[in-house]
Design a protein around this ligand. Sequence first.
Ligand code: ZN
Length: 250
Amino acid sequence: MRHKIKGIVVREQPKGETSKLLTVLATGLGVITVNAKGVRKISSPYLKSAQQFAFSDMLLYEKNGFYTLTEAALIADFYSIREDIKNYSLACYLCEAATCFTVPGEEAGSILRLLLNSLYAIEKGISPRAVIKAGFELRLCAECGYMPETDSCVNCGDPLEGKPILFDALHGVASCRSCQTADSVNMLLSPSVGKAIAHITESELSRFISFRIGEDEQLQLGKAAERFMLACAERGFKTLSFYKHCEELP
Ligand SMILES: [Zn+2]
């Protein structure tokens, strides 16, 4: 059976002398493993499409659930991301997170678009890495049905717009300061961070990180997004530790 898809290589592993096994996030198929024969040869016409972060039109041949690459036409390679270790480590983390949240056999179109927009933002330096990371984490959760609620207090129902909020990152809900209890483990977020969370999760996908906040707010947003995302994923990510390690480098 043949499949014509658009897909991004989220992971590559060498196979044999000249081939690769690619993990591809593909329209219509979700995350699949693709056998790419001969793509490590310099003469291979699909050399560029068979690299991590490459986004291509692909023609796949499927037999018994195994996919083989038969043709590829590169759309974007995001190659320059790998020239900066900090950008590279963030891109690897976004790829692993996207893979984790993709259900096998499902459409995955919105996750694919989110990943493409985020890699583009990293490559072009459109926003600080911390904002891209937080935006990706929150939007990924939202696209997968885990929508954080920061509009009103989960306890008394008061609207929270323009107010500092207490964010429960484990459950993705917020409360007002009057409802704070002594044993509260919630994170205190400034009004602009609450607004940023709403923007990230509710705006058009093409504009999900088009907002500006100060450095303190970026830190708050970053912690809230990461905790919420890890709670939704119910697992940790090796590439997240790698990213953090790289961010500490001079
Ligand atoms: Zn309240």
